[in-house]
Design a protein around this ligand. Structure first.
Ligand SMILES: Cc1ncc(COP(=O)(O)O)c(C=O)c1O
Length: 411
């Protein structure tokens, strides 16, 4: 059996919408763009949505539009896709990593506050790093694998230390967070000043490539729209560019695809949740595998299905799965250990032990809307098969080793 890691859910309706665009001849800045933006804004209950060419582009522009300047510090997580820290470098600011929670893999609010208390001092209403004299400007939390961060705590820290927040919700379209402070459920990506979703084909909905910034702040939305469109003014005057802009526009075919996907988002969300629940049920009898959490304050629309191996041998198990036709991938290699980051900033192993431990023990199993119970059962059987050979090998040599292996909880 061959089971790919992910697969977009495209129906005749999406194909027809894209063909309509091609037939219309209006391939950019057409009616679908506005309809897609409105659909996203309405769904997540944000005032404004601006579609862009990728999640990375959306994050980059949100930092510029929030006034982040070269030299500023932004606190963020090392347990993420590399783009969430790269965008901080794009604007000349410095990513300041703090460690994550062992269960969700999300940035730890306690670690954020500890970092600020240890390394920043108050100066003229700002918090400034005593090491290099630079201003702490904001926090960029990432809702890892779709599970929302503890945003009440993060917002409280931002209020206390006068910081902006940009939510990287690239993996969290359709995930909900219960805010105790507001006593209601909110969409991930709308729990701060600005949030960004991404729509690569493995995401909850896809536009091929693409992203959307959402915000209740009209100023930010207008600025991001202008910046994404070569810095054109609000009137869209074609050859007037009051500011330095970029071409980060989403094309009309992508917007049409995204619009139809948004019409189907609830249907797709329940399918994803059903597949994840089925996995949880089938894998729960394998004690060496830890299934993904869903905290009481969260209702996750899963991006990927990432499990943790509680005993050593993750890479071996992944090789075993691949050789049985099962797509898998380690999630994530922490950003501080990516060659560019360790070479440029001198980050080393041991600096963020929780993120590193997750990076060594977590891996994604095949996950998409149409995954069947038979396929999930096959994945589970292959995992059990690997575990059984492993147990016999270890047990065959030394009983004590088996015990040790099972007691070595990475966290
Ligand atoms: C956490 C996170 N941030 C940012 C991005 C960047 O999105 P894109 O690939 O659309 O640029 C991704 C996409 O995979 C992501 O997972």
């Amino acid at each position: 059996m061959e089971i790919p890691l992910s697969k977009p859910d495209i129906t005749e309706a999406e194909r027809q919408a894209v063909l309509d665009v091609l037939a219309s001849g209006r391939l950019s800045l057409g009616p679908y763009l506005e309809r897609f933006e409105r659909a996203v804004a309405d769904y997540v209950k944000a005032r404004h949505a601006v579609a862009v060419s990728s999640g990375t582009a959306g994050l980059h522009l949100s930092l510029i539009a929030s006034g982040v300047e070269p030299g500023d510090h932004i606190i963020t997580t090392p347990f993420s896709f590399v783009a969430s820290a790269n965008v901080i470098l794009y604007v000349g600011a410095k990513p300041v990593f703090v460690d994550v929670e062992p269960d969700t893999g999300n940035i730890s609010p306690e670690a954020v506050e500890e970092k600020i208390k240890d390394e920043y001092v108050r100066s003229d209403g700002n918090w400034v790093c005593w090491k290099d004299g630079r201003r702490l400007r904001g926090i960029l939390p990432v809702h890892v694998f779709g599970h929302p961060c503890r945003m009440d705590e993060i917002n409280e820290i931002a209020r206390k230390y006068n910081l902006i927040i940009i939510e990287d919700a690239c993996e969290a379209m359709g995930s909900l967070y219960f805010s105790k402070s507001q006593n209601r459920w909110l969409h991930a990506g709308t729990i701060s000043r600005a949030g960004v979703f991404a729509f690569y084909p493995n995401k909850q909905i896809t536009t091929g490539e693409g992203g959307v910034l959402v915000s209740d702040d009209e100023g930010i939305a207008r600025l991001v729209r202008s910046l994404s469109n070569q810095g054109r003014d609000d009137m869209g005057t074609w050859l007037v560019h009051p500011r330095l802009g970029y071409n980060y526009r989403m094309d009309e075919m992508s917007a049409a695809l995204g619009f139809v996907q948004m019409e189907r988002i609830e249907e797709m969300r329940s399918k994803r949740r059903r597949v994840a629940a089925l996995y949880n049920e089938i894998l729960k009898e394998i004690e060496e595998i830890e299934t993904p959490p869903e905290k009481p304050y969260a209702e996750v629309n899963p991006f990927v299905y990432v499990v943790k191996l509680r005993i050593p041998g993750r890479d071996e198990l992944m090789n075993h799965l691949v050789s049985n036709g099962i797509g898998t991938r380690p999630y994530f290699t922490p950003i501080h250990l990516q060659p560019y980051y360790s070479e440029r900033f001198g980050f080393r192993k041991g600096m963020f032990p929780v993120a590193e431990s997750l990076g060594e023990t977590c891996f994604a199993l095949p996950f998409h809307n149409r995954l069947t119970e038979d396929e999930i059962t096959y994945v589970a059987e292959r995992i059990k098969k690997w575990l059984s050979t492993r147990k016999t090998t270890i047990r065959g040599t030394e009983d004590e080793k088996t015990k040790e292996a099972f007691e070595t909880k990475p966290l």
